[in-house]
Ligand binder design. Structure first.
Ligand SMILES: [Ca+2]
Ligand SMILES: [Ca+2]
Length: 347
């Protein structure tokens, strides 16, 4: 018991003057999303001053949340206003820098540090929709790396939800900052960027062709198939061996009900899929079709955590064209084109 008590004596890091301001402030991430509330289970020693949940989102690297496990449960929850596509969760553990501090138990010796890590390790990090777990993004694996210049851990999620929950059943949770990024898709290895993106009609501000390549998952390109021809075209600066095309349909998960009516009911969703499916995806050289990579077959899978489709091309060209001639629309959040060096064939 004595040991446990001592572990919880945290050290103040005293740095004076201007340096303090610079070092204390956590850098803001691209596409960082801010929770509307942060809650935790049992606060250590009921000491809100020292261990408040809010400390993980104050962007101050010297403040932390501290949670005890109580009856086999310790947790910290970040809740968001809407359901989001959560890309990654970045966690700043307490020993982000300058670990050695004679006044703090954990940072006094290597042994102490290891004891603290052991007590505060193995935190599950999951995405939830309300009370329902959608996906575990992994378990926090703190290292004994005292020589590290920081103790920052990134977990990749790629799941939809409105809550991020950190939990464990024994020991404690101690964290300085939890940062959630969403809405922006991950960049692919060997992704190539088009120089021009155009589509048939319409091309309104809300549904602009450029939305298919802006990396934001809550913006989409939409074009109709009036007169039997709908198309969306990505043109590149030169001819590439185009290995694959990855398409993020708008229902990356069913949270996008703020921008469209489709996901608000299952029947609405099905009718949108019916309207948006069967898009041909082809590689062109100029105006000449080289190869069809396949036809987009959207599914009714409302339960899917994502709606991402990959078509294998392995064809040379300077243009990727999405087209359909039947009634309906071409509606996509993102179109990603991948070209590896050389002549790799992707199966
Ligand atoms: Ca903090
Ligand atoms: Ca987009």
């Amino acid at each position: 018991m004595k040991l446990v008590k001592r572990i919880w004596i945290f050290f103040p890091i005293v740095i004076s003057g201007v340096t303090e301001q610079v070092l204390r402030e956590r850098k803001k991430e691209t596409a960082e999303v801010t929770p509307i509330s942060v809650k935790q289970g049992k606060t250590k020693d009921n000491n809100e001053n020292a261990y408040a949940a809010a400390h993980v989102v104050d962007r101050d690297l010297f403040t932390h949340a501290g949670i005890e496990t109580d009856n086999g449960a310790g947790w910290l929850k970040l809740e968001f206003e809407n359901t989001l596509f959560i890309n990654k969760i970045k966690i700043y553990y307490i020993f982000y820098t300058n670990w050695n501090n004679p006044s703090g138990y954990c940072a006094q010796t290597v042994d102490n540090f290891k004891k603290c890590v052991d007590q505060q390790n193995n935190v599950d990090v999951s995405v939830y929709q309300g009370e329902v777990q959608q996906k575990s993004c992994g378990t926090l694996q703190l290292t004994y790396g005292l020589e590290q210049s920081d103790q920052i851990y990134t977990l990749i999620c790629n799941a939809g939800g409105d809550t991020v929950k950190l939990s464990k059943s024994t020991g404690a949770i101690l964290l300085c900052e939890v940062v959630v990024t969403g809405k922006v898709r991950n960049k692919e290895t060997a992704e190539i960027t088009p120089t021009r993106v155009t589509q048939g009609e319409p091309s309104t501000t809300d549904y602009a062709a450029a939305h298919a390549v802006d990396r934001f998952l809550d913006t989409k390109a939409v074009t109709g198939t009036d007169n039997g021809a709908g198309w969306l075209k990505l043109e590149f600066d030169k001819t590439y061996i185009i290995n694959k095309v990855i398409i993020y349909y708008m229902f990356v998960t069913h949270w996008f009900n703020t921008i469209t009516w489709c996901p608000q009911s299952e029947s609405g969703f099905r009718s949108c899929v019916d309207q948006d499916t069967n898009v041909d995806v082809s590689v062109y050289q100029g105006e000449v079709q080289q190869k069809s990579c396949g036809t987009l077959q959207l599914t009714y899978g409302l339960e899917q955590s994502d709606q991402i489709y990959t078509l294998i091309c392995n064809a040379g060209g300077d243009t990727v064209m999405l087209s359909k001639s039947t009634a309906g629309d071409i509606e996509v959040c993102e179109v990603v084109v991948v070209s590896f060096e050389g002549n790799y064939i992707i199966h």
